[in-house]
Design a protein around this ligand. Structure first.
Ligand SMILES: [Zn+2]
Length: 300
């Protein structure tokens, strides 16, 4: 439907779902927001499947997610990237950080980690043992950034968060490491994603700085909450999307994103629908808040 954009496009964006279940209304909203933002800027829009957390991967979910995107007319550029096939990159970067003494092994068990903020117990070394170890990144200072939707955001990493894990005790690379490595290697310039990741961003910027990677532009979309005020998620068993006419649901998603689509867009074909919404996409109209509720959905 869309002319493939050259891989050297000035704008590189992505949608990066984890295949722990089918796409639901909340993840559709995120996909639509990142797709429209990219296409409005004549940019590349790629799909990356974040399937590192093997125990949480659901068989068939990746294919189902990709099918749903296609059904809704959101065609991505290039090959889909699977993080599970990129372990050598993550291992290389982790080794680089180890050689630079930015990370250290940690043998703390969940029981020893009372509270949310890691107290730096293993920072000065761990006893000789063959216990499984995680790798933690030593943090210092405060990170600030300007989010295109949410505005200024800052976090004091050492005080509010503590040293965080880049590789888990079970050998799985942490999301924070993989996302930073992939965004850099894929040349991402714009990260448009859900506001649940807003407070992960300072960690990612900190890592980018240590690795001398450029920091992309961030825009965090409001998260969709169900009628009880809970995040729509696979854990809450949010229903997979089923609709005989994708335009109707997309129209509602546009409404939630503050885009004010005209009523007659409901009668448009899917490609007319996208042509209109790409042209009229206005990030200024997105509610500058962390969440919106399904209760605000207009019924069509
Ligand atoms: Zn420890």
């Amino acid at each position: 439907m869309y002319r493939p954009v050259s891989p050297v496009a000035a704008y590189q964006g992505r949608f990066a779902p984890s295949p722990s279940g089918a796409l639901h209304l909340g993840s559709l909203l995120t996909a639509v927001g990142s797709f429209l933002h990219a296409r409005h800027h004549n940019g590349c829009w790629r799909v990356r499947i974040e399937d590192l957390d093997r125990p949480r991967v659901l068989a068939g979910a990746s294919a189902a997610i990709l099918n749903t995107l296609e059904y809704f007319g959101m065609q991505w550029d290039g090959e889909v990237l699977y993080q599970s096939q990129r372990l050598t990159y993550y291992a290389e970067v982790l080794e680089q950080l180890r050689q630079q003494h930015y990370i250290y092994p940690c043998v703390c068990t969940r029981q020893q980690l009372a509270g949310k903020i890691y107290n730096g117990r293993c920072r000065t070394g761990i006893p000789e043992s063959n216990q499984a170890q995680a790798w933690r990144l030593q943090v210092v200072g405060e990170i600030q950034f300007e989010d295109e939707i949410q505005g200024k955001f800052s976090q004091d990493l050492s005080r509010e968060l503590g040293d965080f894990i880049l590789k888990r005790r079970d050998g799985i690379f942490a999301y924070q490491l993989a996302v930073v490595v992939d965004d850099a290697l894929q040349g991402m310039t714009h990260i448009v994603r859900g506001a649940d990741l807003l407070d992960n961003t300072p960690r990612q910027i900190y890592l980018q700085q240590l690795l001398n990677y450029p920091t992309p532009h961030y825009a965090h979309l409001p998260l969709l909450l169900d009628e009880h005020g809970r995040k729509l998620s696979k854990q809450n068993h949010a229903a997979p999307i089923a609709t005989p006419r994708p335009q109707n649901l997309l129209w509602q998603v546009l409404k939630l994103l503050g885009q004010n689509p005209p009523e007659d867009l409901l009668e448009a074909s899917l490609s007319e629908f996208w042509a209109y919404s790409i042209l009229h996409w206005n990030v200024q109209n997105i509610p500058r808040q962390l969440s919106v509720s399904v209760c605000q959905l207009p019924l069509v």
